[in-house]
Design a protein around this ligand. Sequence first.
Ligand code: GLU
Length: 313
Amino acid sequence: MTSSRHSELSSYDLKSVVERARAQGGGEVDRSVPALASADPDVFAVALAHLDGAVTSAGDAAVAFSLQSAVKPFLFALALADTGGDAIDRVGIEPTGESFDAIKLESGTGRPPNPMVNAGALLTAALVHGEDVAARDERILRGLSAFAGRSLAVDEEVARDEHLMGDRNHALAHLMRSEGTLDVTADDAVAVYARACAVLVDVEALAIMGATLAAGGRNPVTGERVVSADVARDVISVMATCGVYDGSGRWMRSVGIPAKSSVSGALVLSVPGVLGAATISPPLDERGTSVRGHVAADILSVELGLHAFGRLT
Ligand code: GLU
């Protein structure tokens, strides 16, 4: 990165992004489990993690929230790392045009359509190495902590409720068992996935996770190599095509940054070779994307020139 580009990014006024995006109303907080339903709809924060290790944030940056589907790119990364890339053959990589929890597998193969929808993430979580549920949980928590550069913890109430109340996830896991796609029991698959969704972060930790992918798998704050550059490239590619579910095409056209949305109202963004970013604001649009997070991402994309295809003239 040139030094003028670098100083442009580090002096950027994130507070003003929060103020402008906060004006956007609308959206509904997710009600699937009590902890998400009681989230404060006014919480809003944005963070940028630069590849030189500098992290900036504005808004309610101290608020902790569960990763939910923002964990999916990182589960995919850990599954790719642990299987030596074989995970790429176990899960599809095509967008579905359907919602995150559609009860549908790829026709002909019985594979989940991609790792960014629930079926795919149930499978990638099961592909992470560990001889039993506890060992896999442990490996996932250690891996996510390495991405974030700090020791992360699970919200036990969220994990328990999502394990108990995630009927569609149980249905998807049983469907994959019946197709011979899933090697572990359906209940074990849901338990591990629910715990991964319940990992707590704040907006800066999530931005660093995005930056670790953007830096080719090396955490820019700690310097630790978390996954290989090939794994990071595969993950960012699938975030670009599938990360915002049935809104992925529109998102890529307007924002132009590979990203993953989540029902907690988090968004994680990775701009390869430039930065990672994250937002948290619980009200969601009908595709499960944070309304204010989307506006903030639009502003960042335009003002920092981050659109993947925005520099063609
Ligand atoms: N834990 C949520 C579920 O499995 C994640 C969905 C999301 O964040 O989009 O239903």
